[in-house]
Unconditional design. Structure first.
Length: 602
């Protein structure tokens, strides 16, 4: 009898354990490409990979794919309308079409979108969600999260096989996502860290790479208590940790700032001191001028995207001692984001209402409030804390400030032979002498970690701190890198190659065929009949400036230059170039170049 009782008890225990194991068994799903974070790069990568036939998993921590992007695609008063291609161009045209359809072709809203470069946050989210929904092969996992822990990555024969994600707010609910290639599109570089990649996360000294440009230029002009002044004390913090708010004066949309929970007036008295000392002169500026609490850019429907103009509007304004944000766990980051949100709300409420603030400043601040039709479920406050200086993986190529400055011998910035996207950036000169603007080419190697194969890093790219300031400054760059990454994944899987062994020239040919600019040639825009020809010639360095001049005759000086670039004899080129146009000459050269022995090419 006793044996029967013990046997029954053992069976019950085994059944209970079995049920418990079944309850917590990790679900498994298989995809071609697994993308971490629905950022502009992540969304672009998902769309391009799906359009190429891949089954794509797009994972995001929050349930708002498409809402991570800034409200401005170019930070200049006159964005280059011709300088956009690929998925970014589709997005920009969709923005224009939205405002034209809803408000009319001659409307103030259509004009304020400046050709689709500026947009309200909810409009961007709507358009990007539609672009994702149009692809049948994209499977969105949100809200799901991933820790930067190597235990969350599974390997076989030195190649990644799967990552483990968990439901946000319910860590026991996990999914094993099997993939052939993985892509990190997050600002913090968590997936790359989970892969065990080496990375940079601090601001290097100017002497390390000889980067002189950032000593003269910065994304925000320096002033007495300016935002750049904190870099020496917190080199990883810089301007990176902040919220980008959407404010308005329009009473129909405006949501006034109210006293937040736990409000402590004493925590904001420093603002009054900064105003009285003259270090802060205005509540908001539209031209990034020194002495403003907030910098802003105009958006349609009388809204403004605002960014920090003073360190009080960054995480530096918190009383806490801050460790490196990107290296902290998700719970700590969430806690910081909540603290910073309350800090923002308290500081802005203080600016509008506290008698310690000069009356004229209070009056100016009181005109503004959050746009209540944005981020509706979050009461007008952005979902995401921006951490634009997270991990930067050590890749096949290190992008530095030198890649964004003209070469001494030429009129343009370096043209990378392995470029996968051409972009443009704007930096405000620290001496307030204007805008520094250059076109850049982005080589595939910045997305390819040195020691880990079949991982592409479209956002935590290989760059110096200063080089990354150039890259992250443009929404178009991020979408372009994402599109190139998604296309690269598709080619690698289709050809049976790993990312490290991928034929980059084959990738470039596909990107050019898709109408993507890999080098900037303004007189041969996307859609031009000679677009392919001049893009390839430009990548080979045969166009020393930005002008193709396809129908112009070839000069003797150009023939000498091309002979040096190609290794073909000047005599042969002179005979072939008699009386023909540059277009025909480049056609002749490309045919000869493609048939030449690769070992003899310069």
């Amino acid at each position: 009898m006793r044996n029967y009782f013990l046997s029954g008890l053992l069976c019950c225990l085994l059944l209970k354990v079995s049920n418990c194991v079944a309850k917590h068994k990790i679900k498994e799903k298989s995809f071609d490409l697994v993308i971490w974070t629905a950022s502009p790069a992540g969304i672009s990568a998902a769309i391009s990979a799906s359009a190429s036939g891949l089954q794509v998993a797009l994972v995001d921590r929050n349930d708002h794919p498409g809402s991570r992007i800034p409200s401005v695609a170019a930070q200049a008063d006159s964005p280059d309308q011709f300088f956009s291609s690929g998925i970014f161009l589709r997005f920009r045209l969709a923005v224009m079409a939205y405002y034209e359809k809803k408000y009319g072709s001659g409307s103030a809203q259509k004009k304020a979108c400046t050709g689709g470069f500026r947009f309200e946050p909810h409009v961007a989210e709507k358009i990007l969600r539609k672009m994702l929904d149009e692809q049948d092969n994209i499977h969105i996992f949100s809200p799901y999260e991933l820790d930067a822990d190597e235990k969350n990555v599974e390997w076989k024969n030195g190649l990644p096989q799967a990552v483990i994600i968990r439901k946000t707010g319910n860590p026991e609910r996990q999914i094993r996502l099997k993939g052939k290639i993985f892509l990190d599109a997050g600002e913090e570089g968590d997936l790359a860290a989970a892969f065990g990649c080496r990375f940079r996360n601090h601001k290097e000294g100017a002497a390390e790479f000889g980067e002189e440009m950032p000593d003269k230029y910065g994304t925000i002009p320096e002033s007495g208590a300016g935002i750049n002044a904190i870099a020496a004390e917190h080199p990883w913090l810089s301007t990176g940790l902040h919220f980008q708010l959407c404010l308005t004066k329009n009473e129909d949309f405006r949501k006034s700032f109210r006293m937040p929970e736990g409000y402590n007036r004493n925590a904001y008295l420093r603002l009054a001191e900064e105003i009285r000392s003259g270090r802060i002169l205005h509540f908001i500026s539209a031209d990034n001028s020194p002495g403003s609490l907030l910098h802003s850019i105009y958006l349609p429907n009388e809204k403004r995207e605002v960014r920090p103009g003073h360190w009080l509007m960054t995480a530096r304004g918190l009383p806490d001692t801050l460790p490196d944000y990107a290296l902290q766990n998700l719970k700590w980051r969430d806690s910081l984001a909540e603290k910073l949100k309350l800090h923002y709300l308290g500081l802005l409420f203080f600016a509008q209402n506290d008698p310690a603030v000069p009356e004229n400043f209070r009056k100016e601040a009181a005109e503004y409030g959050l746009a209540k039709d944005e981020y509706r479920k979050n009461h007008g406050f952005p979902w995401y804390l921006r951490s634009v200086q997270g991990r930067r993986t050590e890749g096949k190529y290190l992008f530095t400030a030198h890649d964004g400055l003209p070469e001494k011998s030429q009129k343009r910035t370096p043209v990378h032979r392995q470029s996968v996207f051409a972009s443009r950036y704007f930096l405000k000169r620290a001496d307030s002498a204007g805008i520094l603007s250059h076109h850049i080419t982005l080589p595939f190697g910045i997305m390819v970690p040195q020691e880990r194969d079949n991982l592409i890093c479209a956002v935590p790219v290989s760059a110096s701190w200063r080089g990354n300031c150039i890259l992250r400054n443009e929404f178009s760059s991020l979408m372009g890198l994402g599109e190139a990454a998604g296309t690269a994944a598709a080619i690698a899987i289709r050809t049976g190659k790993t990312v490290h062994s991928l034929n980059v020239e084959f990738l470039q040919n596909q990107l050019i065929k898709n109408g993507i600019q890999l080098t900037y040639i303004p007189d041969i825009p996307v859609g031009h009949p000679d677009f392919d020809l001049f893009q390839k010639a430009g990548l080979l360095g045969w166009i020393p400036n930005n002008e193709a001049r396809p129908d112009a005759p070839v000069s003797q000086e150009e023939l000498i230059f091309l002979s040096g670039k190609t290794g073909f004899s000047l005599k042969e080129l002179s005979e072939a170039g008699k009386g023909i146009s540059r277009k025909n000459m480049f056609g002749f050269l490309l045919a000869k170049w493609n048939s030449a022995d690769i070992s003899k090419k310069p």
